[in-house]
Design a protein around this ligand. Structure first.
Ligand SMILES: *[C@@H]1O[C@H](CO)[C@@H](O)[C@H](O)[C@H]1NC(C)=O
Ligand SMILES: *[C@@H]1O[C@H](CO)[C@@H](O)[C@H](O)[C@H]1NC(C)=O
Ligand SMILES: *[C@@H]1O[C@H](CO)[C@@H](O)[C@H](O)[C@H]1NC(C)=O
Ligand SMILES: *[C@@H]1O[C@H](CO)[C@@H](O)[C@H](O)[C@H]1NC(C)=O
Length: 187
């Protein structure tokens, strides 16, 4: 009797293991975004001459630099705060559908790399709410993924990945990023 019990317990145990590993594999294979959105945002960095135009400013610099011009050594140590317009296409002058607000920190001396922390803030008829992003941005890579760490309003509890691509880069004053947002959790 005791052996029968332990054999059936073993059987249940093995069944559980096979079920959980099978569903785990399936879950990874079947992953498709529940929502996909593409936006562009435009960053115009203050350079001492464009105070009216600028949407971003250096707010901290290492002691060998200053807050007007990005520092040498791949801008290591510079911290930039931004409030950038978001558009649906790559034209700065298209309708602004929201703002990208946050900051980036240049965090490597040997190559252009930054760390991004910002939100897309929407208040239009199409979207209300925000999506928050954070992550390492190896700028020299054609595309790079950062995390979608949350959202509010229409994007309540959003989770996923945003693939960034530098769509334009003009000197050290203007750049435009294409943001391909793939949400894997939608409510
Ligand atoms: C405003 O920003 C754009 C975008 O790069 C730039 O081409 C233009 O020269 C700027 N205008 C002024 C007045 O700074
Ligand atoms: C800031 O630093 C740059 C060189 O990195 C220099 O050309 C510029 O004159 C400096 N500006 C100020 C206001 O110190
Ligand atoms: C969103 O837009 C509406 C209508 O323009 C305005 O009344 C409201 O204050 C805005 N909300 C925020 C958070 O900006
Ligand atoms: C960036 O690109 C390099 C070379 O193409 C590649 O080896 C590396 O994995 C990429 N890194 C990220 C984070 O995408």
């Amino acid at each position: 009797m005791a052996t029968l019990k332990s054999i059936s317990a073993l059987f249940v145990f093995l069944l559980l293991i096979s079920c959980s590993s099978a569903s785990h594999g399936k879950r990874i294979r079947d992953r498709r975004p529940c929502k996909r959105l593409v936006f562009y945002f435009h960053d115009i960095l203050y350079n001492g001459k464009n105070a009216k135009n600028a949407t971003a400013a250096i707010v901290a610099a290492p002691s060998w630099g200053n807050r007007t011009i990005l520092a040498g050594q791949d801008h290591f140590g510079d911290v930039v705060v931004f409030d950038d317009p978001i558009t649906l296409d790559n034209n700065l002058h298209s309708t602004h559908v929201g703002r990208a607000q946050g900051f980036y920190v240049y965090d490597r001396k040997e190559i252009f790399t930054s760390w991004l922390a910002f939100s897309f803030v929407f208040n239009s008829t199409d979207h209300k709410g925000s999506i928050s992003f954070a992550g390492a941005d190896p700028i020299m890579n054609k595309t790079r993924d950062i995390s979608v760490i949350g959202g509010t309003g229409d994007f309540f509890m959003a989770r996923g990945i945003a693939t960034l691509m530098t769509d334009a880069f003009e000197g050290e004053v203007y750049f435009r990023l294409r943001v391909d947002i793939k949400l894997y959790e939608c409510w």
